[in-house]
Design a protein around this ligand. Structure first.
Ligand code: GLY
Length: 598
């Protein structure tokens, strides 16, 4: 059996008339310019707002498929697959183009988590290319001189938030293990676009416009995203990035190691130390010692499926597994998507799971974690707390099975990432589900060698302790910040059935869980499951997607006792259904992604 359940890894009536048909609406919320004021208002602002919604239809193919957030990147991956390349080959082409054309979301300066199904060996495994905290940092990294958490963007913008990037090493390791084409050849599309220019998309242009103050703080970033007369680059302009082309040329010729030991690492370190208003702590040693970690997948049973994903330091698979484990005690299938009772069950299951996530989940290489977060009996006890028709009045972390319990305080991290999701299936049946990020939109806003550097360290809790108890997800040297990224592969009868994932900060968990329930329980076509109006509850308000039928659930959910907010909910799901004898792909209408396959 190739999959292990987390349980075994001990080391470590209210009817509404509305229906959830997708309604298009391109309005952008007022929250676009809102500032996050501090740790106490965690998660109150969407990481990237919806800029345009377009109707999309499923794409069907027989042999191979790629789904990602930008048509140029998808086309680059498609050509690699069409010419006989493997999923790992196509990944290099897709990620290097995405880093150019969707620079606000992911790139060479960031990190990623990847779930991989190796068809030949019938093996599911995961790769952790998460950024690491510099060896020189202390837990108080994000506290001011009075011991108070910094304001969010005071922490984000500049060198302080930058962790050792993992994406290049992940691409290189994947290619070394599973690549079939010459490494150098896979950089051609991105080098070509970087040298000759690409057309700036609507999403990139509006993201630059919205972030123009922060993007103009550092000269290299300013000169890339603004015209010589100081105007933000507009949709439809041709953007050339010679520095990025040069970086890619070095990586293509010298291999991924060149990122970690040569001039590129030296430049990044010098740049980070030279940020005058907020310098950072990365040193060449952090680069030279960086490693991608291969980890066991975390799998949770759901109905007749196994839902597998990324374990710690990501909270993705464990929290989704808890939500599904709790809702499996209810007949969601019969209730259906139009019944508010379904959303009460999903909402409270999510609140319960997020309570555990906040207390227990962090980088398990650094802190002990309960082994029983997916324990069947434990989740049955959690499900028994849910009262039909009435929101739980109080939600607290539970006591999952744990041999040697440690007392932690609840996490206080913020998480407002940008991010992107890629799904690739090749002719051989290998499957990649990878979520890739530089954290906030445009990351730290610090640019070096043609790419933006991440602000991943702000995924740590800013506070180190609360009421004398340590917070599991506090900053520590070399540690990986807790993530919500949830690259997922679902299995049916021990065969890959569906690969899916999304950007969206800690809402990723809700977006992926909702889409899984929509497809697996409500039998929605994969595109419909991806497109459907979003309804997400983490640990605070019940968030309903504005401009869609989801908003009509506000009164009934409020009557049940929820605090409800109608807001922009900007998922960016990409999914490929594998298990029914053909490949069926869907791309989120809220972003610019597409699916291509043959
Ligand atoms: N920074 C995105 C995440 O890890 O969830």
């Amino acid at each position: 059996m190739f999959r292990k359940c987390w349980l075994t890894l001990t080391t470590l009536s209210l009817a509404v008339t509305s229906s959830l048909a997708f309604a298009t609406n391109s309005s952008v919320s007022d929250m676009t310019t809102a500032e996050v004021k501090g740790a106490d208002v965690a998660d109150s602002v969407a990481p990237e707002l919806t800029t345009k919604v377009t109707g999309k239809e499923s794409v069907v193919a027989n042999q191979y498929m790629v789904a990602a957030a930008n048509p140029l990147a998808v086309e680059a991956g498609y050509k690699v697959l069409a010419s006989g390349g493997s999923a790992a080959d196509a990944l290099v082409a897709v990620q290097t183009v995405l880093g150019l054309v969707e620079p606000q979301s992911s790139g060479l300066g960031g990190g990623a988590f990847l779930v991989y199904f190796d068809a030949e060996n019938d093996l599911l495994t995961t790769y952790d290319g998460r950024e690491t905290a510099p060896l020189a940092v202390r837990p108080e990294l994000f506290l001011d001189k009075n011991g108070k958490p910094l304001k969010f963007f005071d922490a984000v913008v500049g060198g302080r938030s930058i962790g050792t990037p993992g994406t290049v090493k992940l691409l290189a390791d994947m290619h070394q293990k599973y690549g079939t084409k010459a490494w150098e050849s896979l950089f051609e599309p991105a080098i070509n676009y970087a040298n000759n220019g690409f057309t700036v998309s609507q999403r990139l242009a509006s993201s630059i416009e919205r972030d123009k103050e922060r993007l103009s703080r550092y000269p290299e970033t300013q000169s890339y995203f603004f015209t010589p007369d100081g105007q933000p680059i507009k949709q439809g302009s041709q953007l050339v990035n010679k520095a990025y082309a040069q970086t890619l040329n070095i990586l293509a010729k010298e291999g991924g190691e060149a990122f970690y030991t040569g001039k590129i690492a030296q430049d990044i370190v010098a740049k980070i130390h030279g940020v005058s208003d907020n310098p950072g702590y990365l040193e060449l040693e952090d680069f030279a010692t960086y490693k991608v970690v291969q980890r066991e997948p975390v799998c949770a049973p759901y109905r007749q499926y196994d839902v597998c994903g990324m374990g710690p330091p990501s909270s993705g698979a464990l929290t989704i597994g808890q939500i599904l484990g709790i809702v499996s005690h209810f007949d969601l299938k019969t209730l259906g998507p139009n019944n508010p009772m379904s959303w009460q069950i999903i909402g409270d299951a999510s609140r319960l799971a997020f309570a555990d996530r906040g207390r227990y989940i962090a980088d398990s290489d650094y802190v002990p974690m309960p082994h029983g977060l997916l324990d069947e009996n434990y989740l049955a006890q959690r499900a028994a707390l849910i009262e039909k028709g009435k929101a739980l009045t109080e939600v607290t972390p539970g006591n999952p099975p744990w041999d040697v319990p440690v007392a932690y305080a609840d996490d206080q991290s913020i998480e407002l990432p940008s991010t992107t999701h890629i799904v690739i299936v090749d002719k051989q049946g290998n499957v990649i589900s990878m979520t890739s990020t530089i954290e906030n939109g445009f990351g730290s806003r610090v640019m070096s060698n043609g790419f933006l550097l991440n602000n991943e360290l702000t995924d740590f809790s800013f506070a180190t302790h609360k009421n004398g108890y340590p917070i599991a997800n506090r900053v520590e040297p070399g540690k990986r910040p807790r993530s919500s990224m949830a690259p997922t592969i679902v299995f049916k009868d021990d065969k890959p059935y569906l690969a899916i994932g999304s950007p969206g900060g800690s809402r990723i968990i809700g977006y992926v869980a909702q889409s899984l329930i929509a497809h697996l329980d409500w039998r929605m076509d994969i595109q419909d499951a991806i497109s459907m109006p979003r309804m997400v509850n983490r640990f605070g308000t019940y968030d309903l997607e504005q401009g869609t039928e989801a908003a009509s659930f506000k009164p009934v959910l409020e009557k049940m006792g929820y605090q409800v907010e109608v807001r922009d909910l900007n998922s960016g799901l990409h999914g490929v259904l594998i298990g029914n004898g053909e490949l069926v792909g869907g791309a989120d209408p809220r972003r610019e992604g597409v699916v291509l396959g043959d």
